[in-house]
Design a protein around this ligand. Sequence first.
Ligand SMILES: *Cc1c(COP(=O)(O)O)cnc(C)c1O
Length: 357
Amino acid sequence: MIPVTKTFLPPLEEYQQHLKEIWNSNQVANGGKLLFDLQRELKGFLGVDNMILTANGTLPLQIALKVLGEKGEVITTPFSYVATTSTIVWENCIPVFVDIHPEFLTIDETKIEAAITDKTTTILATHVFGNPCNVEQIEIIAKKHNLKVIYDAAHCFGVKYNGESLFNYGDISTCSFHATKIFHTGEGGAMFCKDEDLYKKLFYSHNFGHKGEEDFHGLGINAKMSELQAAMGLAVLPYVENLINNRKIIIENYDCLLNFEKLRKITIRKQSEWNYSYYPVIFENEEKLLMVQKALNNKKIYPRRYFYPSLNNLNYVAFQEMKISEDISNSILCLPLFTGIRKSEVEIISGIINNIV
Ligand SMILES: *Cc1c(COP(=O)(O)O)cnc(C)c1O
């Protein structure tokens, strides 16, 4: 059986070393030593200043929108994981979709201005598969119309743009440390922001609004990462660079083996250092995709239709036609990519695909 992804687990003894500290201190939650250690190490590794660790990658999206969205219209991409859209609706904001660029697969910034109304408060865009949005243009548009920018950077651990962390772009960036992501804490996540006042607001918000034990800054929720999650992060982090290099080699193998006459890949934006987080391929049409999926499943190989369906089709949003996103969603498949997949397995997968397309 070959799954689309497989969680990296560090050596058990190394995880246990970190757990021992929890047993010694008896501090299991509320920002103990392990959380601060992880925070310090991540800031160094990523090159970011303000970071708040969270219990998962969806809560920071919710907090960001709660703080910046003001229940208005939020311009967003239909091509992302469901959490991007569901958060907008969950926070009583209205998603206004803007179609994607057919090659970068990120929101098409040239179509954003046409979607702005006097109710628009925020742009919430996803760096799809770790591929940066056109952050420069989006910033110009946001400034011009006095909008806030939130990036769902769930896929972007380790991605650099113009030589610095992609998390440094936008008013707020969020990340997921879910077990399926490159760096993980089992469940977990983070939010990043440069502005000090906004950072404080986010920090209070993620801890019930507490500003000290008896004082409250305002409304808040519990989004705190526990020491147990931080222990996993500390055990995984030393391996991350290797994991990324490993994926690069696997992707180079796919690139050599697949026949790209009738198949295409995502275009990674220039000036970025990618993290090789996913290997999506785009078929001529859905029929081809379904044939490939069936042939692979027959050999117990399970690629994933990611992202499918296009989010403008969700039954809790007002339908807005998004031609390109729907076309891509219908014809894109993420191929198995994880540390430990063998070259021979990549050869088998590529052979099956080449035979069909
Ligand atoms: C994984 C993911 C999320 C959600 O993160 P969780 O940690 O699972 O809550 C949000 N957006 C995108 C694009 C994701 O891939």
